[in-house]
Design a binder for this molecule. Structure first.
Ligand SMILES: [Zn+2]
Length: 138
């Protein structure tokens, strides 16, 4: 974990931070898709033009900081943490429960989801998650 509390001890990320990282990850996938317009199955990359969803995420992760004008390795590590430490259940209902990275590969290779669909599943727009809506403080 790369989250450090003010006292200097490692801590778990807050829900907001996880949400933020998932949104960045989804953005990374979409960035990767632009660079490699074809989808690959069973391989991260095929030739120069094809990538699977996780290949696109890795591609995009390295593109994002560069576009933002500076490399931010800690930030990149957080995105990798998000992939390695977040457990997700398969949205297709096949009862698999995998790390986010493995689930991205599973959706890509086994269910043949498009990379765009996978990006949207990684970080759904807030309006599709009504259960997360909290009442506005009065
Ligand atoms: Zn599945």
């Amino acid at each position: 974990m790369h989250f450090i509390s003010p006292g200097g001890t490692p801590r778990y990320p807050t829900r907001e931070e996880v949400r933020h990282d998932e949104a960045e990850l989804a953005e990374a996938i979409l960035h990767g898709v632009v660079g490699r317009p074809e989808q690959a199955f069973g391989n991260y990359f095929v030739g120069r033009r094809a990538s699977c969803a996780l290949g696109a995420a890795y591609d995009g992760m390295y593109l994002l900081p560069r576009e933002a004008g500076g490399v931010r390795p800690v930030h990149l590590e957080r995105l990798f943490d998000c992939l390695e430490y977040t457990l997700r259940s398969c949205p297709e209902g096949c009862k698999k429960r995998l790390t986010l990275a493995s689930m991205i590969l599973h959706l890509n290779d086994d269910h043949h989801w498009t990379r765009e669909s996978i990006a949207q599943w990684v970080a759904p727009p807030p309006e599709t998650k009504p259960e997360d809506k909290r009442p506005v403080a009065s």
